[in-house]
Ligand binder design. Sequence first.
Ligand code: ADP
Ligand code: MG
Length: 473
Amino acid sequence: MTTFHDLGLSKTIVDTLTTLGFEKATPIQEKAIPLVMEGSDLIGLAQTGTGKTAAFGLPMIEKLLADTRRPDPRNIRALILAPTRELVNQIADNLRDFVKKTPLRVVTVVGGASINKQSEMLSRGTDILVATPGRLLDLVNRKAVTLTQARYLVLDEADQMLDLGFIHDLRKISKMVPKNRQTLLFSATMPKLIGELAGEYLVNPKKVEVTPPGKAADKVEQYVHHVPGKDQKAQILRKTLTDNPDGLSLVFSRTKHGAEKLMKHLDHIGFKAASIHGNKSQGQRERALKAFRDGEIRVLVATDVAARGIDIPGVTHVYNYDLPEVPDAYVHRIGRTARNGRDGIAIAFCTPDEAHLLRDIEKLMGIQITVASGEAPAVITAGPGGKSRKPRSGSGHRASQGRAGQRPARKPFGEGAQADGGAPAAGKRAHGNRPPQKQGERQNRNHGAGNGQGRPNQSGKPRRSEGQRREQA
Ligand code: ADP
Ligand code: MG
């Protein structure tokens, strides 16, 4: 076990980390912190939930503290770019925790919030600015901030920034930050374009990589219900939610409209639910996330872009109410549960129309997802933290023969495991030896709505080639 003290962090920071419950470093932190401390440019490849914020944040904070200069008004000392306002806020919250006992000032800049207020915040000088690219450029253009004294540039979730069409913004911003800076790039995957970007803007970068792609999904038990149509999805969802009163469920819908409709339906039948998607204001999204984090509401319906990368501790169930159009979105979705070593359950619904999407997902992950019954809902009883999972007598334990031609029919939960003397044959984890992703594979991905920054399109060309689908999510 490597402690933060071992990694060369100062007592002030180590003490703060102790109060936050950070005792030992995660693998990415263990690898990245010493390299950032020594001044290297860095490419960090790691899935969400691996602790990237502290991996770049802590050494950066140490270096900012070692250099006692104060930032000039409207100048910043370090810049962190992230794709969505939720991620920006999440990063800033973490960093503010880390700098609690220091004089460092963390400011955020995101679309959808008052630009004048942000300009006002920047007027006092900023040690660490966390921003979405579009809004940052707006503020630079207004001369509300200059980047010419920044010594650190972090591109977080770089692949997602590219997916959302930020490549030109990133290029512009990179040029504004002085060449003698230290640049850190973090990404869950390494498509070709990221390699190119790194080649252009990083100098002799060291590369650190943890958890091969798909690994995050290993701890998640995965099931799929083959259903004839939409109505059955709603029925099964209702049943499993009823059976898991203590669960925290994240339900993924393909479209904004679908998410809203489902949320209203759930609310109507008595489940406290909220939704997050591209049509929600920042305030609404934040309130929904907070209520969900606090356990005030137990069901959150989301589209991909609204939920990706967001850290919500304690999610017990992830529902793929609609299967995603792009298979890696499935991996990201189910990665929202089973974090920090906890158990998690992922339940997918698949109509005949979606069968090809399921095939793509299984191919990508190199697994066959356990089939739960198509007609009768599988029963899961997850206690707090998803610990106990007992089948109830009666319906729902027979695995559907629907696709049994290609796979052994398995019982969805519990029973068979006991019959096998504890071997988890039934309800076996569908964890995968996912083949390494091909370079460039994700370049055409679509995550639906952007970050809602609503910037005019300066180039006049479509900002994202998938504009239409983007509108849906
Ligand atoms: P990523 O950016 O890779 O998705 P985060 O930096 O958001 O991951 O961290 C995920 C969660 O793990 C956060 O809740 C964070 O507070 C927690 N965390 C990170 N590092 C540690 C650590 N060393 N010890 C305990 N918790 C940690
Ligand atoms: Mg992160």
